[in-house]
Write a protein that binds this ligand. Structure first.
Ligand code: KG4
Ligand code: ZN
Length: 355
């Protein structure tokens, strides 16, 4: 099986070709960062227009690089949501057009499922596993029971972690996107310098909250001597922020591991995986903290390579393959979805907030 995947839900225009035996034949990602940087964040209208301008070329390059032709494809998959609707529409329309002309099945992939199943593409992880999904728009702990089968254990009640990274970077003048900048700057900082809160730590359950942490970062910056921030202060804020976020992730994920164990006992699933996914999973400190926790709790630890943690189309092609293997394809009347929770039964405050 060979599937073409298309990703256009945020500010990456991406196309990839992936095979059922887990080979990535092409993985083209065109980042629009330079177009959005002057605005300090992604501008939906600019993103949609840019996707429209770029998508044909990006798909063409992926096809050329892969060495397979459109006729060799078994299906065409595209992110069908959640995301910025203008961009999602461009990807969905493109995939439907190719599928129609070439008479191939069309698959509308949930972007979050793309992140969630990446560990099966890279590491062949078996179901069930525990997933920490940390991206710009989401912060969730889920049990991945199977393709299309998710049990949400916790979510953020306010900001996503990637959002908190981005806002911290903005307040410190580190530019956009913030996550990688905060990580790099933190390398030279002292994590113990500022006493930042660990929201939700010690509480039952696996929900998150990051808005209080963000506020304290702002107050901390305001408490520094007036004038330009000095380099060491900036580095210390970044390191302190990352340490606080890391502590919260460890605490919440430890609870989620307990919840996972209530459902899947060690005798039934002796060595499950703790998988991290989404853009923030590209952060080394986050991965190290999660790896230590996994080892302590007798879980394997899986983090896909950073390039497959941030938005890409290989994960969409792979999720397409997983769906195609189950005969689960979509009709041409599929409508792009701005919101699309993985676990429809979850009481999803995050989804409500974005509504
Ligand atoms: O999954 P993703 O590429 O897009 C969404 O679906 O949201 O995640 C983007 C988020 C951004 O908030 C970005 O700042 C964050 O992931 N991110 C990082 C790192 N790389 C990307 N956060 C912390 N450390 C990183 N190295
Ligand atoms: Zn994403």
């Amino acid at each position: 099986m060979i599937v073409l995947g298309i990703e256009t839900s945020c500010d990456e225009t991406a196309a990839a070709i992936v095979t059922e035996d887990r080979r990535i034949l092409a993985d083209e990602v065109f980042s629009q960062i330079e177009d959005h940087r002057p605005f300090g964040g992604v501008v939906p209208e600019i993103a949609a227009r840019k996707h429209l301008e770029l998508i044909d070329g990006v798909v063409e390059r992926a096809i050329q690089q892969s060495g397979v032709g459109l006729d060799d494809l078994d299906a065409v998959a595209a992110t069908g949501g959640p995301g910025l609707i203008g961009g999602v529409l461009v990807g969905v329309m493109t995939a439907k057009a190719i599928a129609t002309v070439k008479d191939k099945p069309f698959i509308a992939v949930n972007h979050l499922e793309g992140h969630a199943l990446t560990a099966r593409l890279t590491d062949d992880v078996a179901f069930p596993y525990l997933l920490l999904l940390v991206s710009g728009g989401h912060c969730q702990l889920l049990i991945v029971e199977g393709v299309g089968q998710y049990r949400q254990l916790g979510t953020t009640i306010d900001d996503a972690l990637g959002e908190a990274f981005d806002k911290t970077a903005k307040m410190l003048g580190l530019g956009f996107p913030g996550g990688p900048a905060v990580e790099k700057t933190a390398e030279k900082g002292k994590a113990g310098r500022f006493d930042l809160p660990r929201p939700m730590k010690g509480r039952d359950g696996a929900d998150f909250s990051f808005s209080g942490l963000k506020t304290r970062v702002r107050q901390t910056i305001e408490s520094l001597p007036p004038g330009d921030l000095i380099e060491q202060d900036v580095a210390d804020v970044c390191a302190s922020f990352q340490a606080a976020a890391g502590d919260v992730l460890v605490d919440r994920t430890a609870n989620a591991i307990g919840m996972f164990r209530l459902r899947h006992t060690p005798s039934a699933v002796p060595k499950p995986a703790l998988v991290v996914a989404g853009g923030v999973a590209a952060n080394k400190t986050v991965c190290e903290r999660m790896q230590t926790l996994a080892l302590e709790k007798g879980f394997q630890f899986i983090a896909p390579p950073p390039k497959l943690c941030t938005d890409n189309a290989a994960m969409i092609a792979w999720a397409g393959i997983e769906r195609l293997r189950l005969g689960d394809t979509d009709d041409m009347d599929f409508q792009a979805r701005p919101r699309w929770p993985l676990d429809p039964n979850a009481n999803n405050q995050e989804q409500r907030k974005k509504a």
